[in-house]
Design a protein around this ligand. Structure first.
Ligand code: NAD
Ligand code: ZN
Length: 243
């Protein structure tokens, strides 16, 4: 009898439209902490208390210090085997979309191009007042100002309680509705709307697969739940995957 991993490999080999959703867990091995995990706090603040519009309003300097620290820490991080395996999956599958909740840019650095960064990116910055927005990898001052209007800039990420970037949800839903395999990788699936994506995939008849180091609230609903490190499992899935 085939093991679960072999069965998922067979499903993936036959897939004509693959959608993958990733979360913060995939970057832990690259040295990027999750928010809710045990190494998540920064200077005794809980990141969930800083990654919010009201925190930025009340203490912009503190929130920028947190984001500048995250940007600088990322310079020492490299994509890991899981990021690389997903970039390879994109090259092997014709219809493929990677939807990530991560803002670290590591998927792009691993070579992923068919990617939707649902929550924006730490490398994007935008004006709090006008439409100025840009990608910027350089070190930023403590309170960066807009070159157009002089107002304060903010990180180009979606904070807790903020709506998604317009259009993002529609494209994600469209792609999931068309998919025949939906893979949730290293996400706790607690945050909406990502938490409902697997349901959408299931409703439309896609095979649902979870890859996570520990069981999550959605494990029982998935067709397959592979528990282990994505950096072990994804390369194994890719090994010998037919194109
Ligand atoms: P999440 O669901 O994206 O990540 C949690 C995942 O990480 C789970 O799969 C869990 O099993 C795993 N995990 C938790 N602690 C771990 C540990 N110590 N070691 C290894 N794996 C661990 O949720 P979140 O972290 O609460 O993030 C919320 C939001 O904040 C994200 O959607 C994202 O927008 C942002 N965020 C991004 C990054 C990043 O870009 N790398 C990191 C943290 C938070
Ligand atoms: Zn401006």
């Amino acid at each position: 009898m085939l093991g679960e991993l072999e069965m998922v490999k067979a499903v993936l080999s036959g897939s004509r439209r693959t959608v993958v959703l990733t979360g913060a867990g995939i970057s832990v091995e690259s040295g990027v902490p999750t928010f809710r995990g045990r190494d998540g706090s920064w200077k005794n603040y809980r990141p969930e208390d800083l990654a919010r519009p009201d925190a930025f309003e009340a203490r912009p300097e503190l929130v920028w210090e947190f984001y500048n620290w995250r940007r600088e820490s990322l310079r020492e991080s490299e994509p890991n085997a899981a990021h690389l395996a997903l970039a390879e999956m994109e090259r092997k599958k014709n219809n493929f979309l990677l939807i990530t909740q991560n803002v670290d840019g590591l998927h792009c650095r691993a070579g992923s191009r068919k990617i939707m960064e649902m929550h924006g990116s730490l490398w994007q910055i935008k004006c709090t007042k006008c439409t100025h927005a840009r990608e910027d990898f350089s070190p930023l001052p403590p309170m960066p100002e807009c070159p157009v209007c002089g107002h304060l800039l903010r990180p180009g990420v979606v904070w807790f309680g903020e709506p998604l970037i317009p259009g993002v949800l529609r494209v994600a839903i469209d792609e999931i509705n068309k998919s025949d395999v939906f893979l949730a990788v290293e996400t706790s699936s607690l945050a909406q709307p990502a938490a409902s994506f697997y349901q959408l995939a299931k409703d439309h008849g896609a095979v649902t697969v979870e890859i996570n180091r520990e069981p999550t609230p959605i494990s029982g609903f998935m067709d397959f739940a592979l528990h282990g490190k994505a950096s072990d499992i994804l390369p194994e899935l890719m090994a010998g995957l037919s194109e």
